[in-house]
Write a protein that binds this ligand. Sequence first.
Ligand code: 48F
Length: 264
Amino acid sequence: MPKTDQTLDDIVITRAILDRYFQKLLDHTEIDVAVGGAGPSGLTAAYYLARAGRKVAVFERKLSIGGGMWGGGMMFNELVVQEEGKRILDEFGVRTKPYRENYYTADSVEAITTIASKCCQAGARIFNLISIEDVVIRQDRVAGLVLNWSAAEAARLHVDPLSIAARFVLDATGHPTEILQIIQRKAGRLLTPSGKVEGERSMWAEVAERTILENTREVYPGVYVTGMAANAAFGAPRMGPIFGGMLLSGERVAQMMLRILEGS
Ligand code: 48F
């Protein structure tokens, strides 16, 4: 038998995973943008930021990324975009089919897998199974995130978290606006009319898709909001299974942050 070194050693496998993971995590302890939530808006924002050469990490509580995109509407895994939203799906290479004027459909599984893949290949790093449990505040500005394993959170273990520094934090946590809830509880007034999360209104696609771009903005020094969290922050309606607004909001917030990052 010819001698081969193509044996498999369990300990080498273990060391490879630990080495690579901790390299990746260490490399993202000081970054340009920390994105909270790997739904469609967070992944789109991360893609545009990474493509522009920025250091971006996305932290996602769940095992799976993609947020609410997998299920289309009511578990029927097709989604709808309007003409403007289709422009972004085209850019990602997600196939769409015209339904009628200004309505296109896409397979929601193809959409989220393609967006996530392009996001990673652009250089953004996604850390799944990590929950954001607090923010770092320095001189009245959010300067990073406080993170813990989702397993510790789920098991209610009393385990202290770790933190990372970021020039900007992006709340892309969807309906519950989790990062903003932490800030309003611990840090003070948000840049919303009441100083708090205004809360989302009932479903109305036309209004929600229009207002989401106005609501995509800085909501506390150092913190921007995108996607469904943007409409929830500013008291606008939810939009249901039309996803153009999520993609456009992700693109918009990346442009806003890039203007500042590139100007400094
Ligand atoms: O909910 P989600 O998909 O947010 P989105 O990008 O998109 C909203 C749509 O899916 C849909 C809609 C469109 O018409 O209304 O609902 O605004 O993704 C949010 C992600 O954030 C994660 C959560 O698990 C989900 O995958 N997330 C929420 N809180 C935390 C978190 C947290 N504290 N730490 C880490 N991840």
